[in-house]
Design a protein around this ligand. Structure first.
Ligand SMILES: [Zn+2]
Length: 288
């Protein structure tokens, strides 16, 4: 983690946000906190004591870093109009879930100009259901997939609300949990997201140079083919989209695939949302 931050040119951190105190999320942080100046640290404050978490809190105290509770409703200005809004954990905490420490992960949404990203930690289905019931703002071009692509999270209802174009899965190669699961991958594919996985792609970088679109690039591909690996993801179309009676997918009006649809089969939807509501999914060629 420290090496990656250094490579990105980060010599100090304005905010460190730990989603929940599991070792696979905080392990690398201890060294980061001991090495780089940190202005503010936040976590879910869900009680889950462990030697590693105690070490982390000690490192923060030694370095004089303010420690705050991350809870739903907080909004943090990041500069240049970028904001981080915390959507979870709720107060009181969710209880009696498969894993209460996961279910009370910090869920944060990043907004800058026209782009958004949703960071979900290891959120559980109960977390997703709560956010849906609350009508939380979930739509985001980038989704950090909950719980490493675990079987139960990334429910269809949640993905329909997020509608990610890019799905990021942070997961160790050959891990013992079988993450990411075929079930979660299938749901992510069905929602039309491009899936990036750290076990296959290494470090994944997502940037938005101008706030109109996200650009995802992968360390492995970038090293060998700098430009070709950078995939620009256009924003979703605001106008009508087109589909075919004979297919489940819909396209942007200017997609070459539209010309191949026989006129008698051509369907017009007033909007992307309408096409989704009629059970169509975005085509993989033009990503409408
Ligand atoms: Zn995890």
């Amino acid at each position: 983690m420290l090496l990656t931050l250094r490579r990105l040119g980060a010599d100090s951190l304005d905010l460190v946000l730990l989603t929940h105190p599991h070792l696979d999320h905080l392990g690398g942080l201890i060294q980061v906190v001991r090495t780089l100046p940190v202005r503010l640290y936040m976590d879910s404050a869900f009680p889950y004591p462990s030697p590693a978490y105690t070490d982390l809190l000690r490192a923060l105290r030694d370095r004089g870093v303010p420690v705050r509770r991350a809870e739903a409703g907080r909004r943090i200005e990041l500069g240049d109009g970028a904001t981080l809004t915390l959507l979870a954990p709720p107060q009181p905490f969710l209880m009696h879930t498969r894993s209460d420490v996961n279910a009370n992960s910090v869920v944060a949404r990043l907004d800058w100009r026209q782009v958004s990203a949703l960071l979900t930690g290891d959120a559980e289905p109960e977390t997703e259901a709560l956010l849906l019931r609350q009508g939380a703002p979930l739509a985001a071009g980038v989704l950090k997939v909950p719980h490493h692509g675990g079987r139960f999270s990334s429910t269809t209802a949640f993905l329909r609300a997020v509608r990610p174009q890019i799905a990021l899965i942070s997961v160790g190669a050959g891990n013992d949990y079988g993450h990411p699961t075929a079930e979660a991958l299938a749901r992510l594919e069905a929602c039309g997201a491009r899936i990036f996985r750290t076990d296959l792609h290494g470090t994944i970088t997502v940037r938005s140079p101008d706030g109109t679109q996200w650009i995802a690039s992968t360390a492995s591909a970038e090293a060998s083919r700098p430009e070709a690996s950078r995939r620009a993801v256009p924003s979703p179309p605001s106008g009508p989209v087109l589909g075919s009676r004979r297919s489940e997918v819909f396209h942007r009006p200017d997609c070459p695939a539209v010309a191949k649809i026989h006129p008698t089969n051509l369907l017009r939807f007033n909007s992307r949302d309408q096409a989704l509501a009629r059970g169509r999914r975005p085509a993989a060629d033009c990503h409408p």
